[in-house]
Write a protein that binds this ligand. Structure first.
Ligand code: SAM
Length: 230
């Protein structure tokens, strides 16, 4: 059984994918894809010995050691040219860590791979990284699983220059158009948090500050996105 979050991440993998799951922990995602006959070859990368052992155990118990290779290493360092990967999954980490992993390992990428990213936080930062490195977002998803709201960002190297507006970076170019319950819940919560910060800034300050102006602008953007989504 795969969590709704990981099943949604997996749904973006192409048929017969050659896929690396970076920060794989239990290797649930590649093993599930292989059991569905959707994986041609998998690499489960882990930087920590404990989670690597988890991955090895899941892969061995599923009799998939010839299909999925568990490797110890930092981020994309575990990738070899002969893997001929078409898909890279990095899920369940912060957006800043995901973009750091991509930055440190960019020489390992041919530019042909589909990136399926699931940041737990820091989505705006990650979208900024993608734009800066000429990756085009091809799909997004937002879902609620086990009480948390998660975002998924799928990206591909672009042929033309990529541009996203501030609102696209913040809310997601697809998500802000699609709206939906999880989107509304996330941003209603974020609006409340922003309002709280704003209230305390206004109580403490003698005169208006730049921070106050920034939070006021952020709140206005969130309210506009929510109005569009509702
Ligand atoms: N990807 C799985 C998922 O989404 O359920 C596991 C997520 S788990 C919260 C994050 C995993 O990423 C941990 O097992 C951690 O050891 C691994 N990790 C963190 N930094 C890493 C890096 N630089 N390279 C490879 N793995 C890393």
């Amino acid at each position: 059984h795969l969590s709704k979050r990981l099943a949604t991440v997996a749904s973006y993998a192409p048929q017969q994918a050659r896929l690396a799951d970076i920060g794989s922990d239990h290797a649930y995602l590649p093993v599930w894809l292989a059991k569905q006959n959707r994986l041609a070859y998998g690499v489960a990368g882990e930087v920590v010995a404990g989670p690597l052992h988890n991955a090895e155990t899941t892969i061995a118990e599923a009799n998939l050691t010839t299909v999925i290779d568990a490797r110890l290493g930092d981020g994309l360092a575990v990738i070899k040219p002969e893997d001929a990967l078409d898909t890279i999954v990095i899920a369940g980490m912060g957006g800043t860590l995901i973009s750091d992993i991509l930055t440190r390992g960019w020489q390992k990428l041919t530019g042909k791979e589909l990136l399926i990213l699931q940041p737990n936080v820091g989505e705006e930062h990650l979208r900024g990284w993608l734009v800066e490195h000429q990756y085009e977002i091809t799909a997004e998803n937002i879902l609620k699983d086990d009480g948390h709201v998660y975002e998924i960002i799928v990206a591909k190297k672009a042929t033309a220059p990529v541009k996203l507006s501030h609102a696209d970076l913040m809310f997601g170019p697809f998500l802000r158009v699609a709206g939906g319950d999880a989107f509304i819940e996330k941003w209603q919560h974020e609006a409340q948090r922003t309002q709280h910060v704003l209230d305390s800034l206004q109580q403490a300050a003698v005169e208006p500050s730049q921070r106050e102006a920034d939070f006021t602008a952020k709140l206005a953007m969130i309210k506009e996105a929510l109005a569009d989504a509702g």
